[in-house]
Design a protein around this ligand. Structure first.
Ligand code: HSE
Length: 424
């Protein structure tokens, strides 16, 4: 064990980086030697920040022989990938909050880290302040986890919660969320499911113990959810949530995807509201375990970064630092496509107000081996059309797609408004 302070280099001083500096000031055994920033002259809300430790060249940090731990909180793959590769080659331990980098380049970085005998920790990258990576790798290590159902994006959960509570449209809530700073000016990464997909790629890899390929994860966002869908879901006993899902099929293939789902109101995930995140794991011998808490924000995210830093500091100098946190995946997951998945479905249909139209819908579904579980129609509207909602029993997605095609070609059907998968 070194007697002098452990030296740390921080890449990025945005919201998370600022939180990390603030929480680290209480630790006398850790020194922040350098911080890489974009703009050295920017005014920052940090007491006693010595301007001399700021640099605009992050390579100064990853190449500094005195720095033991590199903390990366800039996000994105470029230049983060090059920076972390250089740091690992220089035998530095890594703490990162970068979900996109891990999803896209994790395998390469973890292999390099194993080769160089350094550790990469990334608790903050998935579900912000919720401890999930270390629990899976330590306390739950003896389990065979076969399912994860998670809400991993606060922005979308905030929007969906507001839509449901206030009976307003996606567009209206998004505008308000942007005004309040809950949604980005360009919200694509959150609302189209990219952020959740990056997170579930890594989470599924460690929980299912096989490498999951981000490029094979089906992803669908929340932009097509209407206020109508929200209300119908409510009447049928569900809430709509953006769910990141990973499960093992009976033949041990991986079914990993991100899309909106109707979640039964009695399911624990239905009570996760606003910006809160949650991860529900199912495994043997533990059963079903739920984690919930803040998925983003300065201090919650800094809490996870700090935990990782302290874990590394506690063992620094050892030849075998935190062995249980190493990546030991040897198997690539065989991922099934969305067409091969089996789900229950909510289908919202606008049909002409003709006698027998519900029978027609039932017949078409029957043609494709789809059993209906519920049918809901609420009156007739001004155009003499009816909005009909069906919920199916478990069906293969390929059959659903074929039924939708046949429905679209039927003269009684005006429009298929939406199709949303339903949680068991
Ligand atoms: N943009 C994310 C969210 C937080 O809305 O939850 C950081 O991953």
């Amino acid at each position: 064990m070194k007697s002098e302070k452990v030296k740390l280099g921080l890449i990025g001083l945005g919201t998370v980086g600022t939180g990390v500096v603030k929480v680290l000031k209480d630790y006398d055994n850790i020194e922040i030697k350098k911080i890489a920033v974009k703009n050295i002259n920017k005014k920052r809300d940090i007491e006693n920040l010595a301007p001399s430790i700021l640099t605009t060249d992050p390579f100064e940090i990853v190449n500094d022989p005195e720095i033991d731990i590199v903390v990366e909180v800039i996000g994105g793959t470029d230049p983060a990938f090059e920076l972390l590769k250089t740091a690992i080659n220089n035998k530095k331990h890594i703490v990162t909050a970068n979900k996109e980098l891990l999803a896209k380049k994790g395998q390469e970085l973890f292999n390099l880290a194993n080769e160089k005998n350094v550790t990469i920790l990334y608790e903050a990258a998935i579900a912000g302040g919720i401890p999930i990576i270390m629990p899976i790798k330590t306390t739950l290590a003896g389990n065979k986890i076969h399912k994860i159902e998670a809400i991993l994006n606060g922005t979308t959960n905030y929007i969906l919660t507001k839509m449901e509570k206030d009976n307003v449209s996606y567009e209206e809530v998004l505008k308000e969320a942007q005004k309040l700073g809950y949604a980005e000016t360009d919200p694509t990464g959150d609302v189209e499911g990219f952020d959740s997909a990056y997170k579930i790629a890594t989470l599924a890899t460690i929980a299912l113990n096989q490498r999951v390929d981000i490029n094979k994860i089906y992803k669908e966002g929340i932009t097509k959810i209407s206020a109508n869908d929200m209300q119908f879901a409510k009447e049928l006993g569900y809430k709509i949530k953006l769910i990141a899902l990973a499960k093992l099929t009976d033949d041990n293939k991986a079914d990993v995807r991100v899309h909106p789902m109707l979640v039964p109101q009695k399911d624990c995930l239905a009570s996760i509201n606003g910006v809160t995140n949650s991860v529900v794991l199912e495994g043997f011998p533990v059963g079903r375990v739920m984690f919930a808490g803040p998925g983003a924000g300065m201090f919650p995210t800094a809490s996870s970064v700090l935990g990782d830093i302290l874990a590394i500091v506690s063992g620094i100098g050892s030849d075998n630092l935190l062995p249980f946190m190493k990546c030991n995946h040897t198997k690539n997951a065989q991922q099934i496509s969305i067409e091969q998945t089996t789900n229950r479905y909510y289908i919202s249909i606008t049909a002409n107000n003709n006698p027998g139209v519900i029978g027609t819908i039932g017949k078409i579904c029957g043609n494709h081996n789809i059993n209906l579980a519920s049918v809901l129609q609420k009156g007739i509207d001004k155009e003499n059309t009816a909005r009909i909602i069906i919920i199916t029993e478990e069906s293969i997605e390929e059959n659903i797609n074929n039924a939708i095609d046949e429905l679209k070609n039927n003269s009684s059907i005006v429009k298929i408004n939406n199709l949303i998968r339903v949680m068991e």
